[in-house]
Design a protein around this ligand. Structure first.
Ligand SMILES: Nc1nc2c(ncn2[C@@H]2O[C@H](COP(=O)(O)OP(=O)(O)OP(=O)(O)O)[C@@H](O)[C@H]2O)c(=O)[nH]1
Ligand SMILES: [Mg+2]
Length: 304
């Protein structure tokens, strides 16, 4: 079974950095990982990519040939990828035997809230090729420092969840920088848990621009609350603990933790209900078990 992550989020939210950091972490814990770059606008990739959309289509060529700007060019590239999905399938074939997959997507939010091209590529992988994928939606934590921007982040997260229909984790990225934006109006849990957005109103009213759209913003917040789908986890990609905590959530969401226990309902229930023992934690554990066995065997040998 093939498992992986669809890494999405607005421009500059940290997708490429995330793919680089997460692939390093996965390789470190012994999980063979391939990164697939599906963003034709990504220059100077920090990771070694196993598949690159640049080999199929180049954004500059599209822009000059069809006289398009970067956004129109990207929509064209995604349409082209959808039409040439066989190219992607051929490129992935050698990897899917034993690799975990990370897909680095473009940052244009309209591709994941409006157009169907990227969605169709993802659904082809999830439904027809039976890949177990989780959408990891990165949102810059900076948006929490302004109540109006935070409402936008909530809306884009909800629209993306509804559009893609995949297991979905919203992530406040670059959380290490949050204190540099000044004191937040609420504690961090308020922003991650998305429990009672009515508290935002007072802060929205302080800004004359948001006060003007008071009723609209209030209704939009109610929509977000009524769906009850959006919440966030946080990430500092440079911090191993933070990456590990996120990976645990992702692995539960796409079923990675349940691999290899098909048909064993007891094992399944145990894993679903309990905090999972992790590959990352398991290495010291295995070492301790090994040490214990060595000590027992030497003691037995000594007694004999
Ligand atoms: N401090 C900090 N900086 C980060 C983190 N993640 C990403 N960055 C920085 O944010 C900037 C944008 O990161 P990218 O990974 O290029 O973002 P992206 O989402 O791939 O951007 P596009 O491909 O243009 O949509 C870079 O300067 C990164 O170094 C993080 O966790 N902490
Ligand atoms: Mg990028």
């Amino acid at each position: 079974m093939v498992f992986g992550q669809i890494v999405i989020g607005p421009a500059g939210s940290g997708k490429t950095t995330y793919c680089n950091g997460m692939s390093q972490f996965l390789n470190l814990i012994g999980r063979k990982t391939a990164v697939i770059n599906l963003d034709p606008a990504n220059d100077n990739l920090p990771y070694e990519c196993a598949v690159n959309i640049e080999d199929l289509i180049k954004l500059e060529d599209v822009m000059s040939q069809y006289d398009l700007g970067p956004n129109g060019g990207l929509v064209y590239c995604m349409d082209y990828l959808e039409k040439n999905i066989d190219w992607l399938q051929d490129k992935l074939r050698p990897l899917i035997k034993d690799h975990y997959l990370l897909f680095d997507f473009p940052g244009q939010v309209e591709l994941f809230t409006l157009h169907s091209n990227a969605k169709n590529v993802i659904l082809e992988m999830a439904n027809k090729w039976d890949f177990r994928l989780t959408a990891v939606h990165l949102v810059d934590a900076h948006l929490c420092s302004d109540p109006g921007k935070y409402v936008s982040a909530l809306l884009v997260s909800l629209s993306t969840m509804l559009h893609l229909e995949l297991p979905h984790i919203n992530v406040l990225s670059k959380i290490d920088l949050i204190e540099s934006y000044g004191k937040l109006d609420f504690n961090l849990e308020f922003y991650t848990d998305v429990q009672d957005l009515s508290y935002l109103q007072e802060y929205l009213d302080r800004d004359p621009r948001s006060a003007k759209y008071r009723k609209l913003t209030k209704e939009l917040c109610e929509v977000v609350e009524d769906y009850g789908l959006v919440s966030f986890t946080t990430l500092n990609i440079q911090d191993k603990e933070s990456v590990m905590d996120l990976l645990k959530i992702i692995d539960k969401s796409n079923g990675y933790v349940f691999r290899g226990i098909e048909g064993n309902i007891n094992e399944f229930n145990k894993l679903a209900a309990a905090p999972t023992k992790w590959d990352y934690d398991r290495y010291p554990f295995i070492f301790l078990v090994f040490l214990h066995i060595v000590i027992c065997v030497s003691m037995l040998a000594y007694r004999c």
